[in-house]
Design a protein around this ligand. Structure first.
Ligand SMILES: [Zn+2]
Length: 608
C-alpha cells in the first residue's frame, strides 16, 4: 500500500491459530500460501523495488506459479510481463541563479544549500524581470473564496518569486482553504498558466524551515512540468530582495495576514537568470498479467472479464521514499510480507481455485509493479488497456491482507456498485468474517486506478500495523490461517460474478475530500491513524516515539474526537483539521480512552 498521508498505521495483529474441520485441504492451501509469502518476502528478493533485480525475481516466481496453475498470457501476447517506463529518481545536476543589476555587476549562486531545482522543473534556462507574487496561491472560483496572488500582476515572460507554504497568521478557515492550494507543483502550474517563464521559491523567515532550500522530493513524472522552477536559500535571495528596497520579513508579514488584497509587486533594477538542471533517471517496471480463459464461449455474456489483482512490488531497501524505517534500520531490506506478498499470494490462490473450474467469464490475474511509487503499474494498465475496460465486469484488489485480527476484514470501495454489499454478505456466509464495509474507492492502492477507469471494484485490507513500511514486515508475522480464508471469501465473490449473466453496474462515488492533506507537507504530529477503523472519531493505531502526540500523552487505542475546536468523525475530518494547526502552537485535543472523555494539549512540530 502506498503511503499517501505519511501519517500511517494501526493495530497490532494478534495471530490466533484455530483448528478447522476441513483440515486436510485447508492445510494444503495454507502451506502453498505460506510458501508464496515466504518466497516473495525473502532476503533473496531484496524488497522487490520496481525495476530492480528483486522485482525481476519476484516476477519469475509469479510467472512459474501462473504456468503451474494453467494461466496464459493475454490474448495476442506471448509474454506475461507488460513493461512500463517511469522516473526512478531525480537529482539536481547543478542549478544556478544569476542576479544581474541594471547598474552593472552580476552574482551567480550554485550549490545544494543555496539553490536547488524543484523535482518537477524543466531542465532549461529562463531570464527575465522579477515579480514578487506573495505566496503564489490561486484558489479556484468554485470554492466561493476570492484569493488570487496574481490579481493585478503582470507576469508574462517574468521570473516569479513566491513564498513557500501559505499565510502564517490567517484565520483558521482561511488557512484551511489556502493550504489545499499550497503544493509547489500547484503554485508552479498557476505561474506557468499566467505566462511566467520561471518560478523561484523562498521559505520566509516567519515560516518553518526559514531560509532553507526545498529538499528535492521524489517525483515519478517522466517529463518536466513546463516551467523552470527552483528554490533558493537566503544567500541567493538576498540581492533579489535588496533590489526591492524592503526586507523579506516585512514583506512576508503583510502577506501573512491572509488578506487577499495585499498585492504583489515588481522588483526593479535587476534581471534574474535561472538555469535549472534536473537529472531524471528512467527505468522500466513490469506488470505481470495472465488469464484463465472462459471454459464456455463468452458470446452473449455481458462484460466477459473478471479481474483479481495485487501489487507485488515493495520498497526495496527503502531508499526512494515511503519507508518508515528507524535510523538503526537504514538501508535494510524491506520485506513487505503483508505489503504485499500477502495480497499477491491471495490473488494466486484465487486463480488456483478457478484453474480447474468451469468459467463463464475469463479470469484476469494481474500483479502490479510501481504501486509503492504511486500506482504506476495499474495506472499504465488502465491508461493503455490490452482489451476494452468496458468489458471488465469487476476488479478485486488485495493489498495487505495478512494481518487479520479478531476475525475483522475490511472491504473498501463498496460504493462502486450497488451490488456489492449483498454479494459480499452472501459470499461471507461460508467465510464468516466480521466484515467492515467502506464505500470510499479513493484508496492509496491499485483499486484507485480502476475506480477512476469506471470499473466496479473492491479492495480487501486487514489494517495497518507497527511494521507497516518497515524492514520488520516479515513472513512469520502473517496470520496464514485467516489469510487463506480471505482467499476463500474472494473466491466466493468471483464465483458469483462468473456464474451470473449480469455484471455489477458501476456507480461513481463523489470524492469527499482531497486525500493527503497539504498540511502533511509542513507539520508533524506523530499520530498513527488506524485506517481500517470504523469508529466515530480517529482511532490511533499508535504514536511515533518522541513525537508530539506521545509528548501529549496520547497512545494506541485512543480515539480523537476533537482537535483545535474541530470535531473529528473520520480520517477526512482529521486531515482537514491538521491544516488548521500551527507549528509550535499548542492545540487542544479531546479524545476517548476506555469510554472516558479526556483532554490534552498537542504542540505540532515542523516537518523537514
Ligand atoms: Zn505499501
Amino acid at each position: 500500500m502506498k503511503n499517501t498521508f505519511r501519517l500511517i498505521l494501526g493495530i497490532v495483529a494478534t495471530a490466533f491459530l484455530v483448528a478447522t474441520p476441513h483440515a486436510q485441504t485447508a492445510t494444503a492451501v495454507q502451506s502453498r500460501t505460506r510458501t508464496h509469502v515466504e518466497t516473495l518476502a525473502s532476503d533473496k528478493f531484496e524488497g522487490r523495488l520496481t525495476g530492480s533485480p528483486g522485482e525481476k525475481l519476484a516476477g519469475d516466481y509469479i510467472i512459474s506459479e501462473l504456468k503451474r496453475i494453467g494461466a496464459k498470457p493475454l490474448p495476442g501476447m506471448t509474454d506475461f510481463r507488460i513493461p512500463f517506463t517511469f522516473t526512478a529518481g531525480s537529482k539536481d545536476g547543478g542549478t544556478t541563479v544569476t542576479v544581474t543589476k541594471d547598474a552593472g555587476g552580476a552574482q551567480t549562486f550554485t550549490g545544494a544549500t543555496t539553490v536547488q531545482a524543484l523535482s518537477f522543473s524543466d531542465t532549461a534556462e529562463a531570464t527575465g524581470r522579477v515579480v514578487f507574487a506573495g505566496y503564489g496561491l490561486v484558489v479556484p472560483e468554485a470554492q466561493n473564496f476570492g484569493y488570487d496572488s496574481y490579481a493585478g500582476l503582470e507576469v508574462k515572460d517574468k521570473i516569479v518569486v513566491v513564498l513557500r507554504y501559505f499565510p502564517e497568521d490567517a484565520d483558521q478557515k482561511t488557512r484551511a482553504i489556502l493550504a489545499r492550494y499550497a503544493d509547489l507543483r500547484y503554485k508552479a502550474q498557476a505561474a506557468r498558466q499566467r505566462g511566467a517563464k520561471g518560478m523561484l521559491v523562498i521559505t520566509g523567515p516567519r515560516s518553518p524551515n526559514a531560509g532553507a532550500v526545498v529538499p528535492m522530493s521524489f517525483d515519478t513524472a517522466i517529463a518536466g512540468s513546463g516551467i523552470v522552477a527552483a528554490s533558493v536559500g537566503s544567500d541567493a535571495f538576498a540581492p533579489i530582495i535588496a533590489a526591492s528596497g524592503k526586507s523579506l520579513e516585512e514583506v512576508q508579514k503583510e502577506f501573512d495576514s491572509g488578506n487577499p488584497h495585499v498585492a504583489g509587486f515588481a522588483i526593479p533594477g535587476i534581471m534574474v537568470t535561472l538555469k535549472a538542471n534536473v537529472i531524471r533517471q528512467q527505468q522500466t517496471g513490469n506488470n505481470v498479467v495472465a488469464y484463465l480463459p472462459a471454459t464456455t464461449p463468452t458470446t452473449g455474456i455481458n462484460k466477459p472479464w473478471v479481474a483479481v489483482g495485487a501489487h507485488y512490488d515493495h520498497l526495496g531497501r527503502g531508499t526512494t521514499g515511503g519507508s518508515l524505517a528507524g535510523q538503526d534500520e537504514k538501508n535494510a531490506i524491506h520485506h513487505g510480507a503483508d505489503d504485499n506478498a500477502s495480497g499477491t499470494a491471495t490473488a494466486l490462490a484465487v486463480a488456483e481455485a478457478f484453474g480447474k473450474q468451469a468459467r463463464k467469464r475469463n479470469l484476469l490475474i494481474a500483479f502490479w509493479s510501481g504501486e509503492e511509487l504511486g500506482l504506476l503499474g495499474s495506472n499504465a494498465f488502465v491508461t493503455k488497456p490490452p482489451f476494452p475496460l468496458e468489458t471488465m465486469a469487476a476488479y478485486l484488489n488485495f493489498d495487505m491482507v495478512g494481518r487479520v485480527a479478531d476475525n475483522k476484514l475490511t472491504v473498501q470501495a463498496t460504493g462502486t456498485s450497488a451490488m456489492w454489499p449483498k454479494l459480499l454478505e452472501q459470499a461471507n456466509v461460508a467465510a464468516g468474517f466480521d466484515l467492515v464495509l467502506q464505500e470510499d474507492p479513493y484508496q492509496p492502492t491499485d483499486v484507485g486506478s480502476f475506480n477512476i477507469a469506471s470499473v466496479a471494484c473492491l479492495t480487501f485490507f486487514t489494517g495497518a500495523h507497527q511494521e507497516y513500511h518497515k524492514p520488520s514486515d516479515t513472513a512469520e508475522k502473517i496470520n496464514y490461517e485467516d489469510l487463506v480464508r480471505v482467499g476463500e471469501l474472494a473466491s466466493g465473490v468471483v464465483k458469483r460474478l462468473m456464474d451470473s449473466p449480469d455484471a455489477p453496474l458501476f456507480t461513481k462515488v463523489e470524492q469527499k475530500t482531497e486525500t493527503g492533506g497539504r498540511a502533511g507537507l509542513r507539520l508533524f504530529t506523530g499520530t498513527i491513524p488506524d485506517y481500517a477503523s470504523d469508529v466515530k472519531g480517529l482511532l490511533l493505531g499508535g504514536v511515533i516515539g518522541g513525537g508530539p502526540a506521545e509528548q501529549a500523552g496520547l497512545t494506541k487505542g485512543d480515539v480523537v474526537i476533537e482537535i483545535a475546536g474541530q470535531s473529528i468523525t473520520n480520517i477526512y475530518d482529521y486531515t482537514f483539521a491538521l491544516e488548521l494547526l500551527k507549528i509550535g502552537q499548542p492545540a487542544k485535543v479531546v479524545f476517548m480512552r476506555g469510554g472516558e472523555r479526556k483532554e490534552t494539549t498537542l504542540t505540532p512540530a515542523a516537518r523537514k
